[in-house]
Design a protein. Sequence first.
Length: 115
Amino acid sequence: VQLQAFGGGLVQAGDSLTLSCAASGRTVTMYPIGWFRQAPGKEREFVASIRWIGDHTTYADSVKGRFTISRDNAKKTVYLQMNSLESKDTAVYYCASGRSTWNYWGQGTQVTVSS
């Protein structure tokens, strides 16, 4: 499983941004895809996850109602639509996958929200 996250950038508070996670590999659609983030000086935290089949999604309380995770099965790409961004959302965002644990990680993409 190979994952590549992109789409980060510098935005202002209240703006929107969409991250993409391009997945590849023979078994990639067998496992869920998760988004995580790590802010400076803080531990990496879970943001959202989605499976390739069905409608089940999971969100961290801190992003519920503002972020939406979705997928395009044909493109093997998972998106993270981030609305109403706040300075506390500033972090390096990663996508990950795995069967029972998050074994596979993509490189991070920086999201900076200026207030």
